[in-house]
Design a protein around this ligand. Structure first.
Ligand code: G
Ligand code: G
Ligand code: MN
Ligand code: NA
Length: 254
């Protein structure tokens, strides 16, 4: 309850910080972009992770203002890294259901792009099955309008929902992010390897890019390489960190 009240002034008080986790092209080993992951430096509680405050911010509606700030910040950072690297650096930003249901979301995204100069194709918006708990036609309409700007849509935590295949049918998407629970079990002899192989194949036939999340071991990386997974994310390649703690993406191998 204290947290919910504290959320109201947190954005203007500068208590939020974006951490960035690299996304790697598995065949070349280069960083192609980053995922923006929000952190809250609470004045008395210290670091609060999104699992604790995003649900509250959803409920209280603060997520719209917070999300706007994240988009502006992340787009600006991606534009700066792209200039530094001399090549396009992508940025993925998580959008919660309430943000996507907001009438202003398209204008918000466009403003973040315009303000930063980041080309729209370098921005990915990540959504989960939760968005389908709102009016499906409205959500699909918003996603189509966002895509019309040129941004890409990723289905996050893919495979964990009750009807992941139906999201692929209903949501306009460009990327699937394989949930880390599948990746964790890779190579352990269970069914996960077959499931991940199937997701990658499915994505390929639908012309979608794939990002495997939560890669922590060289063994998992090797299996994903054999399965020709295009992109990976995980502690093995980099933890979410502040921008100034990152190796600038243009400067040397990752
Ligand atoms: O590292 P991690 O604890 O950062 O993230 C936990 C969850 O919080 C993830 O499911 C992620 O999608 C969500 N999350 C992180 N940053 C943001 C954000 O800026 N906006 C929204 N809506 N969700 C976020
Ligand atoms: O739900 P979403 O995919 O947006 O959130 C990503 C979450 O996964 C964040 O909380 C991030 O910190 C976490 N994460 C990223 N890489 C790894 C990893 O290799 N292992 C584990 N356990 N968590 C990870
Ligand atoms: Mn995500
Ligand atoms: Na995810």
């Amino acid at each position: 309850i204290v947290l919910l009240e504290d959320l109201a002034g947190a954005t203007s008080a500068g208590q939020f910080e974006v951490h960035y986790q690299p996304t790697i092209d598995l065949s070349s080993g280069t960083t192609t972009g980053y995922e923006a992951l929000l952190r809250w430096h609470h004045p008395t509680r210290g670091l609060v992770l999104p699992a604790e405050f995003i649900p509250l911010a959803e409920e209280g509606g603060h997520i719209v203002e917070i999300g706007r700030w994240v988009l502006v910040e992340a787009a600006r950072q991606a534009a700066a890294w792209s200039a530094q690297a001399g090549r396009p650096i992508g940025m993925a930003v998580n959008l919660s259901p309430r943000q996507l249901a907001d009438d202003d979301v398209v204008a918000t995204v466009r403003a973040a792009l315009d303000g930063s100069g980041l080309p729209a194709r370098q921005l990915t918006l990540e959504v989960t099955e939760g968005v389908l708990m709102h009016d499906v036609d409205q959500v699909v309409g918003q996603l189509l309008a966002l895509r019309a700007l040129g941004v890409r849509i990723a289905i996050d935590d893919f495979g964990t929902g009750y009807s992941s295949l139906s999201y692929l049918r209903r949501l306009p998407a460009d990327i699937v992010k394989i949930d880390r629970s599948f990746v964790q079990d890779l190579g352990s002899g269970g069914r996960s390897t077959t499931l991940v192989a199937s997701i990658i194949e499915l994505a390929r036939s639908l012309n979608l890019d794939v990002v495997a999340e939560g890669v922590e071991t060289p063994e998992q990386q090797a299996v994903l390489g054999r399965l020709a997974c295009s992109h990976v994310q995980g502690y093995l390649f980099g933890r979410p960190q502040p921008a100034d703690a990152q190796t600038p993406p243009g400067l040397g191998p990752v």
